[in-house]
Design a protein around this ligand. Structure first.
Ligand code: UDP
Length: 486
């Protein structure tokens, strides 16, 4: 039985970022890449995670690695495998780290032997490929069991944690206790925020690296109004005619793609027009994203007439498409029920949109069009790890209205790039801030412009690559002998 799969990654020139981040920062990045390349002297940087598609980690790894490869550094991606029991347990562990009991099954010593067995099988194949002196970046709890093997194999081992919660409860501590013995074998532990570092880990080996987005991905690439209009009217989100634009976007590999699928929409009467100001929230249908709270707040605000004649568009994936998220359908149905219970006049202004998911890049292009066209982008999460939708909206120059939770508050400064609601459950405060943004376009536009610059400075891929490169240099200087096996 094979355990590991190597994901083929292309090469994408990092040069396209030269004009985006400016010559000075680009030159710095090039110098850092040169330093890493000479230290590695032909050794490889491996990334190991547990899925080749779906989820933010996979979405980010592909562009990152293809940029790194364009600098003549050998970066590769391996996907570990496991049986059903393993993935059921790691999902349970994932819930625990977020403070929730998941399916209620135990996260304790009784699970260790089975977890270790899968790790050992994968390690067997992994360290047949990886050589002493290579650097391995392990992603998330599924891969933690490989760390003791990495130590024995004499490689530089970095563990990158993409999960995190503001409040560590007993459930979360149980998860971290389980992972603790593995994490002790890592040379560095990378988290997205200081607040996410649990007391179970040795802080002296921790490094904070915030996520970033790729400005050239189908979700974030430039898109003119005519293209956005034709995509939004073709999918049915706004009323036609589609205009002169073509619903074309550019895929990760540079080839053109076309939006050919429609959205599933629940609404009453006619679609909003191109001129209707839209309040948009795009998220998975998850109670923690609180689509329902956005709807209630909008309904309270719009009792009579919505500010500036606006409409609300709540957007998420097609509910039958996300196989590992059965909860999504229930959340959507319950929201639909609440929508049906609203008075006619209010229901009229609220659109529930499920996007086609068959082609992830097509889906991304529709999200791109929606975020670009939105008058206000909302992210009223009750909890949030980082909140990529906020970064995405800021990059598009849109004013963001969001709750002051998780990584959102690092990205967005109140009254500078958007508005933050201190209490995520305060519907009235949300409504008032929304009204302010809708009725003061000048202020809203200023926030949007500042948001774009903040993302340019802090949340694009080059910054992420720079920080990983510095980490590798730091480890090498400390004597982890990157590129030179002991
Ligand atoms: N997203 C998408 N299509 C959808 C809903 C969400 O592409 O129908 C994307 C969204 O644009 C973002 C990601 O899913 O890139 C969600 O990341 P975020 O950090 O906001 O939340 P998470 O889902 O990881 O909790």
């Amino acid at each position: 039985m094979t355990h590991l799969e190597e994901v083929q990654v292309g090469v994408q020139s990092i040069d396209r970022y030269r004009d985006v981040i400016g010559q000075e920062r680009f030159a710095e990045l090039e110098a850092t890449a040169d330093d890493v390349r000479s230290r590695l002297s032909g050794r490889v940087i491996w990334n190991v995670n547990s899925t080749a598609r779906g989820g933010g980690v996979a979405e980010m790894l592909r562009p990152m690695l293809s940029y790194v490869r364009s600098t003549n550094i050998d970066a590769r991606w391996l996907v570990m495998s496991g049986n059903e029991e393993f993935f059921r347990f790691t999902k349970r562990l994932h819930h625990a780290l977020h403070g929730s009991a998941g399916d209620g099954s135990p996260v304790d010593e009784s699970r260790r032997a089975a977890y270790d067995k899968v790790s050992e099988d994968n390690a067997h194949e992994l360290f047949a490929l990886v050589e002493p002196g290579d650097v391995v970046i392990f992603h998330d709890p599924q891969t933690a069991g490989l760390l003791p093997h990495a130590k024995r194999a004499n490689v530089t081992a970095i563990w990158r944690c993409h999960v995190g919660t503001d409040t560590l409860n007993a459930e979360a501590h149980q998860g971290w206790e389980f992972l603790k013995p593995y994490l002790e074998c890592a040379d560095r532990l990378v988290f997205s925020r200081h607040e996410y570092v649990p007391p179970e880990v040795d802080r002296s080996r921790v490094k904070i690296i915030q996520p970033a987005i790729d400005a050239f991905s189908p979700k974030n690439q430039d898109m003119d109004d005519a293209t956005a209009q034709s995509i939004l009217s073709y999918t049915g989100i706004i009323e036609g005619p589609p205009g002169a634009g073509r619903r074309v976007f550019y895929r990760e590999d540079g080839s053109p793609g076309r939006v050919d699928r429609h959205a599933d929409i629940i609404r009453m009467g006619r679609a909003p027009t191109w001129d209707t100001p839209l309040v948009v929230q795009v998220s998975r249908w998850d109670p923690l994203k609180d689509h329902e709270g956005v709807m209630e707040a909008f309904a309270q605000l719009a009792d009579g007439r919505a500010p500036a004649g606006s409409e609300l568009v709540l957007v998420g994936p097609n509910v039958h498409s996300v196989a590992d998220d059965p909860e999504g359908e229930d959340v959507f149905r319950s929201m639909e029920e609440s929508w049906r219970a609203l008075p006619h006049g209010i229901r009229n202004m609220i659109n529930l949109v499920c996007l086609p998911m068959t082609d992830a890049e097509e889906n991304a292009a529709i999200v791109n069009a929606l975020q670009r066209h939105a008058t206000v982008v909302a992210q009223k999460s009750l909890q949030e790890g980082f909140g990529l939708t906020v970064t995405e909206a800021m990059w598009k120059g849109r004013p963001v209205l969001a709750s002051r939770v998780g990584g959102i508050q690092d990205q967005l400064r109140h009254e500078q790039e958007g508005l933050l609601i201190d209490d995520a459950r305060d519907l009235e405060a949300f409504g008032k801030s929304l009204e302010r943004l809708l009725e003061d376009p000048e202020f809203a536009n200023k926030l949007g412009e500042c948001g774009r610059e903040r993302v340019r400075d802090n949340y694009l891929v080059p910054r992420l690559l720079q920080e990983y490169a510095q980490l590798i240099i730091e480890l090498d200087k400390e004597g982890h002998r990157v590129g030179e096996p002991a």
